[in-house]
Each structure stands twice: as structure tokens, then as C-alpha cells.
Design a binder for this molecule. Structure first.
Ligand SMILES: C[S@@+](CC[C@H](N)C(=O)[O-])C[C@H]1O[C@@H](n2cnc3c(N)ncnc32)[C@H](O)[C@@H]1O
Ligand code: SF4
Length: 368
């Protein structure tokens, strides 16, 4: 039966593949060790298919898909083919961005060719660091040679949009290690880089052991930012950098507050149903999860626009209707932060100043 709910079109789709072949010490993402039985993964793919079907025509105007994990590249060829077949039906427009996250140890030529066949046009490779001792220390099972070889293989097959994930503030990591990472970036020339500061998550292996962070955050932050800038990467979000306009269309949709659907265990979404905005969250276990809906009040919605948009270096476009309403709602508080030198309004955009960018959480608290 066709729903009579008022709906708005969803712009992007996140698909979570929760399987990993090993567990990295720092990670608290939703993941399980890949089961030996293929049937269990087939059942998960059945759940994804059913969830997608439930969305019906609300996914007709997608502009991007992101397959993340977990480790999407650990699916075998048969499972990867099924996943790609399921998703490629949504790839319609030219300019559509279709990304998959890959771990170097599970990339193969056959899988890359399969991704290409199904229009995946952006790869995000989890490199983390080019230092082999550090990779071991953080619980990764690949080494730098594998990461470099797989990156070059993807390039040789014609992938024109490759992002690398890196981390800093790792235990024992030195400025010299960051310099080596920057040299490798210069050699490889990826189109995009996500370079995250390590966050100690309570439910990660390290978090459970109650390890404390080394606290070199600011020093490394500076090295990464100035280093990447020198190499021609433009920082466009707190942890994201791009060359030649290769910003992630998918992630920009989150930060610009577009509607997105999340399918698979642990995935979250932002949806509009019956005149209301909702945050969605798929709660439960891998083969038994359920979508929960959290209604956003008008104030919650405006806070979300602010919180997501201030992550962008260019900030929030105040010519857009809802953004302007958010501005009017918070005008007094915004004016206060502008006077303090933490926010600025320029070319009809509201954004953090350089000083404000470093203390964004403190700024956001004043809006609660
Ligand atoms: C959850 S992983 C999924 C992709 C893939 N399995 C991988 O390991 O690259 C996505 C990225 O999140 C980042 N990440 C995970 N845990 C983190 C943490 N505790 N602090 C900072 N970044 C983290 C890593 O850079 C990782 O590449
Ligand atoms: S970082 Fe990636 S590979 Fe490591 S446990 Fe997390 S999701 Fe799995």
C-alpha cells in the first residue's frame, strides 16, 4: 500500500557492512569478526535488500552512495557482486558519487574490476599510517607495501577519485612519522585525504584497557594542516582535505544537512516524514536490527544545522531558507560569538574563525 505520508527526497545513502577480518585496537565502530559461514553474510545481504525495498521511491533521487564499514572489501566476489547489483540500480545521473571503503589487505584486482563494472567511482582506502611499526602497534594487519601496491593497482585500473584515511596522535607517533606520511602523500597524490586525530573510544580494545591519549593533538594538527596545504590540499572540513575540487559529495551532504538514509546494522540517517525531521538509527545485532526514529524539535533541527555546518571551513550558506531560519533563531548567541571572535559572517556564510575552529565544541555548548 502506498504511504500517504508527506515525504522529502533523500539525497544520499549509507550502507554499512559490519564484517572485519580482525579488530583494530582503537576502533569502536559497529563491527564483528567475519563469520566463516557464507550463509550468515547472505542473510545480512537479504536484510539490506529488504530495507532498501522499504524505502521505495524515496531513494529515486540519490546523488551519492557510500558503502562503509566494518570492511566492505572483505566480502568475497559473490557477496560483493550481490551488494553491487543491489545498489547499482540507484546510480542514475552523471556526476553520481559511489564510494566504497577498502582495507589494503583485502583488495584484489578482481574486486576492483567488479566495483568498476557496477559504477563505483570513488575508493576510500584505510591506510592509517605508512609506518610499519605503528601499524602493528594499532592492530592493523596490512603493511605500507600493501597499501602502496593496492593504491597503485587501483590507479592503473583507472580509478580517478581515491581517498586515503590516515590517523595522527597515535601512541609513539613522532613528527618524523608524520613527515614520512606527508612524503608518501606527495608521491602517491591521492585526490582526497581524511586525516583523523585518534579518539580514545571507551568500547574499543584500548578504551577497555583504560589507556590515556598521548596528548600531542595540537602539535600534530598543525603539522598535518600545514603539511597538506603545502602539497596543494584544501582543508574543507575539520578532518578532510581535497585536491582539485574532489571534496566528498557524500560527506558534504551530511554537513550541508541534506536528507540521508542509512541501511544496515548501526547505520544512522536523517529523514523527513509527515512534515517532521527524524534522526534514525539501526539498533540491534547484525542479523536482528531495527530502525529507531528520534523526532527532532525545531530547536533540535536548528542545532543540527549549526553543528554540522560549522564543521565546514566555508561554514553555512545563509541564503538557504532553513539556514536563514536557524540564523534568526540563534541571532543573539551568534552575535555574541562574533563579538568574541569565534564566529564570522562573510559572503552570506556563517563560519568559525581560525580561533573558533579549534574550539568548536566549546562554541556549540553555548547554543544548547
Ligand atoms: C571505521 S573505519 C572503516 C573502514 C576500514 N575498515 C578501515 O579500517 O579503514 C573508518 C575510518 O575511521 C577512522 N577511525 C576509526 N576509529 C577511530 C578512532 N578511534 N579515532 C580516530 N579515527 C578513527 C580510521 O581512520 C578508519 O579508516
Ligand atoms: S578500523 Fe576498520 S578494519 Fe579496523 S576494526 Fe574498525 S572497521 Fe574493522
Amino acid at each position: 500500500m502506498k504511504s500517504n505520508l508527506e515525504t522529502k527526497q533523500i539525497k544520499s545513502l549509507y550502507v554499512h557492512i559490519p564484517y572485519c577480518e580482525h579488530i583494530c585496537f582503537y576502533c569502536d565502530f559497529v563491527k564483528v569478526i567475519k563469520p566463516k559461514k557464507a550463509e550468515s553474510i547472505d542473510q545480512y545481504l537479504d536484510l539490506l535488500a529488504a530495507e532498501l525495498q522499504n524505502y521505495g521511491s524515496r531513494l529515486d533521487e540519490l546523488e551519492s552512495i557510500y558503502i562503509g564499514g566494518g570492511t566492505p572489501s572483505c566480502l568475497d566476489i559473490k557477496q560483493s557482486t550481490r551488494l553491487c547489483e543491489m545498489l547499482s540500480q540507484y546510480v542514475k545521473k552523471t556526476g553520481f558519487e559511489f564510494t566504497i571503503e577498502l582495507n589494503p589487505e583485502s583488495i584484489t584486482k578482481e574486486k576492483l574490476e567488479l566495483y568498476q563494472k557496477y559504477h563505483i567511482n570513488r575508493l576510500s582506502i584505510g591506510v592509517q599510517t605508512f609506518s610499519n611499526p605503528l601499524l602493528k602497534k594499532i592492530g592493523r594487519v596490512h603493511d605500507n607495501t600493501q597499501a602502496i601496491e593496492m593504491y597503485l593497482l587501483a590507479r592503473s585500473l583507472g580509478f580517478k577519485n581515491i581517498s586515503l584515511d590516515l590517523m595522527y596522535n597515535l601512541f609513539d607517533q613522532t613528527s618524523a612519522d608524520i613527515a614520512v606520511d606527508l612524503q608518501m602523500i606527495e608521491k602517491l597524490c591521492p585526490d582526497h585525504i581524511s586525516w583523523y586525530s585518534l579518539i580514545m573510544k571507551e568500547s574499543s580494545v584500548w578504551g577497555k584497557r583504560k589507556l590515556n591519549l598521548p596528548g600531542n593533538d595540537e602539535l600534530f594538527d598543525d603539522l598535518v594542516n600545514t603539511g597538506l596545504e603545502k602539497l596543494g590540499y584544501q582543508r574543507y572540513e575539520i578532518s578532510n582535505y581535497a585536491r582539485a575540487n574532489k571534496q566528498s559529495v557524500h560527506n558534504l551532504s551530511y554537513w550541508n544537512n541534506s536528507l540521508f538514509a542509512g541501511v544496515g546494522v548501526g547505520a544512522s540517517g536523517f529523514e523527513y516524514l509527515d512534515g517532521q525531521y527524524y534522526l534514525t538509527s539501526n539498533k540491534g545485532n547484525v542479523l536482528n536490527y531495527k530502525k529507531e526514529f528520534e523526532k527532532l524539535s525545531t530547536a533540535d533541527y536548528y542545532f543540527q544545522i549549526l553543528m554540522m555546518g560549522l564543521r565546514l571551513v566555508d561554514g553555512i550558506d545563509l541564503t538557504q531558507t532553513d539556514n536563514k531560519k536557524m540564523f534568526d533563531f540563534y541571532e543573539a548567541k551568534i552575535t555574541e560569538q562574533v563579538k568574541l571572535g569565534f564566529l564570522e559572517i562573510s559572503a552570506k556564510r556563517l563560519r568559525c574563525t581560525k580561533r573558533g575552529f579549534n574550539i568548536m565544541n566549546e562554541i556549540l555548548i553555548t547554543f544548547l
